[in-house]
Design a protein around this ligand. Structure first.
Ligand code: AMP
Ligand code: ZN
Length: 465
């Protein structure tokens, strides 16, 4: 398998430390708000990677963290604490915010057919391991204490900029404009391993440590959880491109300093989803969530299909027009698959040839659009029995997870769907006019036809019974 490695900036043959086993770490969400669909694009890419690796015969041990402490509004050590900001915004405790948005994230994953990693760990549950690592980094002189905080000294590692390919001189020019100057640090890009004295006085989550009561920096969380759950050697580490610098750069610096050897062989990064203004945002413009798409009549799998049609390393611009195209194409594809008669023998020879083509597309740096093309080729092939076609597509869908062979909601015809959305709109107007009798009548009418309305925070959606 060829996989693009951010570390070498080239496609490499994928090899693992242990034959047949992939140890994979994927950075999880910071649970201070809903995930936007950009965040979820990264999780969809990781999901395909896991399922594709399993499809070609690997066992995958995947670990993900939930960042519930230490992530500031800037990825460097400046700005407000994201969790505290979320708690203030909603008048709740940091713990309540973390629980609520972790559950919301899991629901998004389920809606998008993203399988939960086998191990998911909350950052706040692993303080002991961060302390152990930081103690060792201090002992080895990679870290230093300044004004009560513990910092990692980036000048102590060779090739600190290797992953990002950044130029320290350019960064230093940038730093004057973008990073708040922290006089406690020896070098501007040194990063906090442990905060005690900080301007974030309101931090709710605090723990005892050899350096005083405080909390860990964001980067040490991933290194700590990864070490604890997957050991000293990692095969693949993933995240979005924004994670390359400084987050993953810092993970490498501290993990390799702690371990005393190379840590992870493959670094895979998903390009961003942008909106038409250029950047996905949780605060400005329309906050694009899965629930919002559902409330507008899309299935979460329309969005999954939209993502899979482009390569994970190409940035992608979201628009409702493009999502409409994805939705209609997926509907048509699914209708074709479901109209197959499932009769006749399975042509084993042809089955294996197509399976091989599907695997090869995956093994070519996760080429999802070409994996989808194989489905169309199967459907077009007049030499295949319907049953062979159906079984092949069912097999591919173990990776693509588009529910192509599952008969449920998304198979509703377009006219029907438009009719339902019209009724939902009529009910919304009735409610606005406080005409609850009419609103209930519309709801009951739809229910009698097997269409159940579901009211969400983002609006009303429906389910076919
Ligand atoms: P966060 O919750 O901010 O820690 O981000 C969760 C994941 O989403 C990380 O892997 C980020 O790299 C990724 N991410 C952030 N913004 C985008 C975006 N616009 N498109 C794709 N992935 C993103
Ligand atoms: Zn991380």
């Amino acid at each position: 398998m060829k996989l693009y490695n951010t570390l070498s900036k080239s496609h490499e043959d994928f090899v693992t430390h242990e034959e047949g086993l992939v140890k994979m770490y994927t950075c999880g969400p910071t649970v201070y708000h809903y995930a936007h669909i950009g965040n979820l694009r990264t999780y969809i890419f990781e999901d395909i990677l896991v399922k594709g690796l399993e499809y070609i015969g690997y066992k995958v041990d995947r670990v993900m963290n939930i960042t519930d402490v230490g992530h500031l509004t800037s990825d460097a050590d400046s700005g407000e604490d994201k969790m505290t900001k979320g708690a203030k915004r909603e008048g709740k405790t940091v713990y309540e915010i973390a629980n609520f948005y972790t559950e919301a994230f899991f629901k998004d994953m389920e809606n998008l057919n993203i399988r939960k990693p086998s191990i998911i760990e909350k950052a706040s549950d692993h303080i002991d391991i961060y302390i152990k690592m930081i103690e060792r980094l201090l002992k080895l002189d990679y870290a230093y204490i300044s004004h009560g905080n513990v910092y990692f000294d980036i000048s102590k590692v060779k090739d600190y900029y290797r992953l990002s390919g950044k130029n320290p001189e350019d960064l230093l020019i940038g730093v004057r404009d973008t990073v708040e100057k922290d006089d406690f640090k020896r070098n501007p890009y040194d990063f906090a391993l442990w905060f005690t004295v900080s301007k974030f006085e309101n931090q709710d989550m605090k723990w005892d440590s050899p350096w005083g009561v405080g909390y860990p920096g964001w980067h040490i969380e991933c290194s700590g959880i990864c070490y604890e759950k997957l050991g000293e050697y990692l095969d693949i580490h993933c995240g979005g491109v924004d994670n390359i610098f400084p987050h993953h750069t810092n993970e490498i610096a501290q993990s390799e300093a702690f371990l005393g050897h190379k840590w992870c062989n493959f670094w895979c990064h998903g390009a961003h989803l942008n909106d038409e203004t250029g950047k996905m945002s949780k605060s400005k413009g329309e906050f694009l969530t899965v629930d919002l798409l559902i409330s507008k009549g899309y299935s979460p799998l329309d969005y999954r299909f939209f993502c899979l049609n482009s390569h994970y390393r190409n940035s992608l611009v979201f628009s409702y027009d493009s999502l409409d195209i994805a939705k209609n194409t997926l509907n048509k594809l699914k209708n074709k698959v479901l109209s197959l008669t499932k009769e006749g023998d399975i042509d084993k020879n042809k089955f294996d040839i197509y399976k091989k083509r599907f695997s090869s597309s995956f093994e070519n740096d996760i080429n999802t659009s070409s994996m989808i093309t194989v489905i169309y080729d199967v459907l077009k092939d007049n030499d295949l029995t319907d049953n062979t076609k159906f079984c092949l597509i069912e097999d591919f869908d173990r990776v693509l997870s588009l529910d192509l062979t599952v008969e449920k909601k998304k198979n509703v015809s377009l006219e029907n769907e438009e009719e339902i959305i019209k009724k939902i709109e009529e009910r919304k107007i009735a409610k606005r006019n406080k005409d609850f009798i009419l609103a209930d009548k519309i709801r009951d009418e739809l229910l009698s036809k097997g269409i159940k309305l579901i009211d969400t925070r983002e609006g009303t959606t429906y389910e076919l019974l």
